[in-house]
Design a protein. Structure first.
Length: 114
């Protein structure tokens, strides 16, 4: 699933939304502006995979609902992102020490060559 799919499923995780409401929600929580064409193009495969389902239109607005399969897929994606985030943060926390060690090793190597 691509990042737009994750944003859409996340937007639907707290309730049904029509396209405009979904784009506003995604912008609010992720600071990502989804163009209408991008949104509707991304909704199609999510629907084919039964991760979302369209609801009956109300006043010409078609809302979408997250399915149980969609909630499960979103959980899997977010768990994977959490692992990547935790690893990246842990490695960044060690980065200054690693950079200092690399500098010391480079100085030692240069001194040996000279």
């Amino acid at each position: 699933m691509n990042s737009i799919g994750v944003l859409i499923l996340t937007g639907l995780a707290d309730g049904d939304k029509h396209g405009y409401a979904l784009t506003k929600d995604v912008d609010a929580f992720a600071e990502v502006k989804l163009a209408p064409g991008t949104l509707y193009e991304a909704l199609q495969p999510l629907g084919r995979q039964a991760l979302i389902e369209p609801l009956e239109p109300v006043e010409r607005r078609l809302a979408y609902r997250l399915t149980a399969a969609g909630a499960s897929a979103l959980q899997d994606q977010l768990d994977g992102q959490r692992r990547v985030t935790e690893t990246g943060l842990r490695r960044l926390a060690a980065f200054p020490a690693a950079a200092a060690n690399a500098g010391a090793l480079a100085a030692t190597a240069t001194a040996r060559v000279a």
